[in-house]
Design a protein around this ligand. Structure first.
Ligand code: CA
Length: 242
């Protein structure tokens, strides 16, 4: 995983879909002060484009837009992604609320609202939906799947019982699937040390890892030795070789 420095990438990104510029600009500024990275879409078409381009952590969606009904837009965004969506509307009837949630929105706020309230709702939705950071939580290569937060791994749906180092090693290799990761890189990233001597520890762990991955076709040959350099996790498009 990359270094845990506090930079802008640890702030959740939010796509604000709001056609009224007099609302969008101050709202975006308030979101930025609240610890979010806002982008603003002023039309439904812009929203669809930006949602797929920016892959935001959360969407704030005004229901009344010039070019498309917000409900249809919500449904459309839902087709492509499971991004949390909070609907924003001027009307607040029970029917709207129910319809909104049925369309796949995660929450619902009614104008006029206090920005602070919206932000705390956003945080609640994000907590429920996914971790606050945009760091990949799951890593999937071929038939291997890693849950980086829970530190669990599966190969073809069979869960692997890995030690901490084995997990770190596998995750490090899988993250750069298709590319050779040098012994030095592995020692430095997994064992947290600059290593100039023997890398026997590494070889031992690789052997254990291969044994645990087993001999089923999904796993066979996925960790390849590149002599004198390091190891590589075979990329998805490569056939597995024994
Ligand atoms: Ca509007």
């Amino acid at each position: 995983m990359s270094s845990p420095t506090l930079n802008s990438s640890t702030q959740p990104s939010v796509l604000l879909v709001e056609d009224e510029k007099s609302i969008a600009a101050p709202f975006a500024a308030a979101l930025a002060r609240g610890g979010f990275r806002p982008s603003v879409a002023h039309t439904g078409a812009e929203a669809v484009e930006m949602a797929s381009e920016l892959d935001p952590d959360i969407v704030l969606l005004d229901l009344s837009l010039p070019d498309i009904d917000g409900r249809d837009l919500c449904r459309q965004l839902r087709l492509d992604s499971d991004v949390p969506i909070i609907m924003v509307t001027a009307s607040g009837t029970v029917t709207d609320r129910v319809v909104g949630l049925e369309l796949g929105a995660d929450d619902y706020v009614v104008k006029p609202f206090a920005t602070g309230e919206v932000i705390s709702r956003m945080r609640a939705v994000l907590r429920r939906a996914r971790p606050v950071t945009t760091e990949a939580r799951e890593l999937a290569v071929r038939d291997l799947r890693l849950d980086l937060a829970a530190r669990r791994a599966w190969i073809a749906e069979r869960e692997l019982e890995l030690t901490r180092k084995e997990f770190d090693l596998l995750a490090r290799l899988a993250r750069d699937a298709g590319r050779v990761v040098t012994r030095e890189e592995l020692m430095s990233d997994v064992w947290d040390m600059n290593w100039f001597g023997s890398t026997k520890t590494l070889d031992v762990h690789i052997a254990w890892l291969r044994r645990k991955l087993g001999d089923d076709p999904a796993a066979r040959g996925c960790i390849q030795t590149v002599r004198g350099v390091g190891f590589r996790f075979a990329a998805p498009d490569e056939g597995s070789s024994p």
